[in-house]
Design a protein around this ligand. Sequence first.
Ligand code: URA
Length: 427
Amino acid sequence: MSGSSGINAVLDAIETKKFGGELSGEQISAVVSGYTSGEVPDYQMSALLMAIFTKGMSRSETVALTRTMADSGRRYSFPDCVDKHSTGGVGDKVSLTALPIVAACGAPVAKLSGRGLGITGGTIDKLEAVPGFTFDLSEKRFREQVETVGLAITEAGNLAPADKAIYALRDTTGTVDSLPLIGSSIVSKKAATGAGYLLYDVKCGSGAFMKTPEQAGELARLLVELSEALGVKASALITDMRNPLGSAVGNALEVRESVAFLKGEPAPADLAEMAGIVAARLLRLKGVSEPERAIREALSSGAAYGKLREFVAAQGGDVGFLDAPVVSGEVREVRAEKSGYVAAFDALGVGRGALVLGAGREKKGEALDYGAGVEVLVRAGYRVEAGQTVALLYGGRNVERAARLVGDALLLEDKPVAAPPVILDGL
Ligand code: URA
């Protein structure tokens, strides 16, 4: 590309988009490569992103943006592998539980993961609670691990660098919450990682980016369409995030709950249901017949837990930690202020509580306390009495603030409440 073609392209693109016009694939490609090469400055790219935020993008523009960002760095190819993506939730340990099951059932997993964003946790942070665990895998090591263990998780690294640059700009210019920008950002990274089969878990509710089933449905359709346009077989679930998933929220706490579930110890019903449904969906995408039976066998034989151990060891993690996960020894009880039936243990409040205790980051780059978090002891539909312990707080940071956030998150009603469904919809 000539020296000024990125600048010309971005100026044209701003003019077109601010009046609601359609950008060509060539324009999008010139702008994105101009921005990642440093030729297009932040202020022009920000103006274009804001025009996209207000005017939207057609499907063909969104596909072109996704493809351009996917092609902006290394592209791996794992056509026989599965991957899953969650749009982010509170207590979301589905990757830690469903993926070892899927791998134990013979479907190889080549997964890209991220860190927590705001109150939503990330698989990288959760697994880094295991001493020694690393996501910094070369392409060769990632590929070998997929072949030998059948389960490997990497971070974005040099995959889709254009998304990394644009996402950082969106984060500081009020342009994160745009459907075409979210969809192209997620799918470009997944397509660059190269798994042939993808399941999107679009979370919906107070603890998720998508607050309503309509918004979540729209994002789910977009993610599936963009993936299929880039040659990936995809499916999506829309799942509840008004309440945290399972009881544990926080990195080591979630590893502990996941291990207990995989070992066949008592586990929250919503976590067991969700892990089983996600695993079955992934196996069905791969064409495995009777996935439910395979899943039951993988759990009852210990093969799924064995796969988690093999995977953790392969990525440098201390498997001894899985046998006895270390969580914070500083524990404080939260009690119900009145009696009633639990309408929700609001995921937003519980997520904020866990975050301020140190399970998430209040500021960019902040060090986590891996042993910190919240354990909810009552769930939607339960009866609680005034003074009953409803949650445990782990960790020593901001304990009073966390206690208020978690206490206020317990939403009680006078009349009995039915437990909400875990899966709201599916594509
Ligand atoms: N996660 C992503 O990877 N990208 C977005 O734009 C939003 C959430």
